[in-house]
Design a protein. Structure first.
Length: 448
């Protein structure tokens, strides 16, 4: 993919500020690398996979500006037995994984109270308000102007009850600056002719956007990074090296050592391997998100469309129609269950019988999810030249550019333009069962 560079790129003009290593080459990692490069650092990006082959590749591709409501919602506790029994729903829980996940879920359900939901939404809104502007700076000068599609996203529902369920959360979003518009059957059909006659209830999310090629999006940013003098190493980090109370670089499994004055950990679910060394208690859980990529689908979508009652979405991409959104709590197991992707495809075919499914590829991305669904954007206290950009859950693609800018501020010693306290790596302390009124009820339900 060809990339055009701005005539005066800040990375060329800024003075050298010493070498930096970014661990993790997904969307958050490449955005952090570009931000550091713009500040004048010689940056090495380390990742075991090829450019673009990361969690965000297997996502719905949405730039979800108003997706600020945490996954934990009132009544979530009552749904967990259903997740165990119904493996065909939009959210599933592997029974064998439950004992190990119990402490995580205790923290998770503790965020289901209205007051906590508003606090989390307010913090997340402080990030997402900057997303489009931050991406505009990163994408400036790229030849492929179609990578970020400037169209809104739709939600459709089987009945008015779906719209009503979203009303309270949309009121919170609206209070924080994110608008929505209720759609009727004619309006849905006008926006998406392929759905004409199928839905009479929907919501337009006018500030959201979507990406035409999640893999190509990351490849284009990586090519820009390399064209500006960055180095990308394909390998796995075995350890963070230390000297004198600071990180001195990384050592790869191959034995290669890369020195650094600054180190950014942006390795998604893989960051868990380093939390002990960094001295942080971070309950990060990899959650499997499944997708079906349908090439030559025989149907055409103008927008990315979320089927609210179906629990999945359609996104038209350059490489085909991507259908996904179902997630699975599988604990530490990295064995994908592609029956989850087949379930999505079967539901899509029932909705759109004309869908051609002769050429389908299944994929999975492991979303690094924290119990309060907020990411970590912070400096390590034990090794103060290590910076953490992890735990973005389902919003890695949305928050990549903004996270990169904020990490750049922290590395440079600049005061970020927003309060990063809600995104501290040190916010998870103590026993999650203490003071949690749901603990006893949760344990009793498990014993039944």
């Amino acid at each position: 993919m060809n990339t055009g560079l701005p005539s005066q790129d800040a990375a060329q003009a800024a003075p050298n500020k010493g070498p930096a290593v970014v661990v993790g080459g997904g969307i958050v990692g490449i955005c952090c690398a570009l931000s550091l490069q713009r500040d004048g650092h010689h940056v090495t990006l380390v990742d075991p996979a090829a450019p673009g082959d990361s969690t965000a590749k297997w996502s719905c591709g949405q730039i979800s500006l108003g997706e600020i409501i945490p996954l934990s919602k009132p009544g979530i506790l009552r749904k967990i037995p259903g997740w165990l029994l119904d493996q065909t729903g939009p959210l599933a829980l592997r029974p064998a994984a439950l004992p190990g996940l119990l402490p995580w879920f205790l923290r998770f359900v503790g965020n289901a109270q209205h007051e906590r939901i508003v606090q989390i939404a307010t913090a997340m809104a402080s990030l997402t308000h900057h997303v489009l502007g931050d991406y505009a700076r990163l994408l400036e000068g790229l030849e492929d102007k179609g990578l970020l599609i400037q169209r809104p996203v739709l939600q459709v529902f089987d009945s008015s009850a779906g719209v009503e369920r979203e009303r309270g959360h949309n009121d919170i979003r609206r209070s924080l600056g994110f608008n929505s518009q209720v759609l009727n059957a004619a309006e849905i059909a006008d926006l998406e002719p392929v759905l004409a006659g199928k839905f009479a209830h929907g919501i337009l999310l006018p500030q959201w956007r979507f990406v035409s090629d999640t893999e190509g999006f990351m490849v284009a940013l990586t090519e820009r990074f390399i064209a500006q003098g960055g180095r990308r190493v394909r390998g796995k980090v075995a350890r963070l090296d230390e000297a004198g109370g600071r990180a001195s670089g990384v050592t790869l499994e191959s034995g290669e050592r890369i020195a650094a004055e600054h180190l950014v950990l942006a390795a998604g679910a893989g960051a868990r391997a380093f939390f002990g060394q960094l001295g942080v208690n971070v309950p990060l859980q990899p959650v499997a998100g499944y997708q079906a990529l349908v090439r030559d689908a025989g149907v055409s979508f103008n927008h990315s469309v979320i089927y609210g009652d179906g629990g999945f979405c359609f996104t038209p991409m350059a490489r085909g129609l991507q259908i996904g959104g179902t997630i699975e709590f599988a604990g530490n197991s990295q064995r994908p269950n592609f029956k989850r992707a087949q379930i999505i495809l079967d539901k899509a075919r029932r909705l759109l019988p004309q869908l051609h499914t002769d050429n389908v590829e299944f994929g999975v991305g492991y979303r690094p999810l924290l119990p309060d669904t907020k990411p970590i954007i912070d400096r390590c206290r034990r090794l103060p030249n290590v910076f953490m950009a992890v735990g973005h859950g389902q919003l890695g693609l949305t928050l990549g550019a903004t996270t990169g800018r904020l990490i750049g501020d922290l590395v440079a010693g600049r005061t970020p333009g927003l309060d990063l306290a809600p995104f501290s790596a040190y916010r998870f302390g103590g026993d999650p069962a203490q003071g949690n009124p749901d603990y006893k009820r949760f344990s009793e339900n498990l014993q039944r």
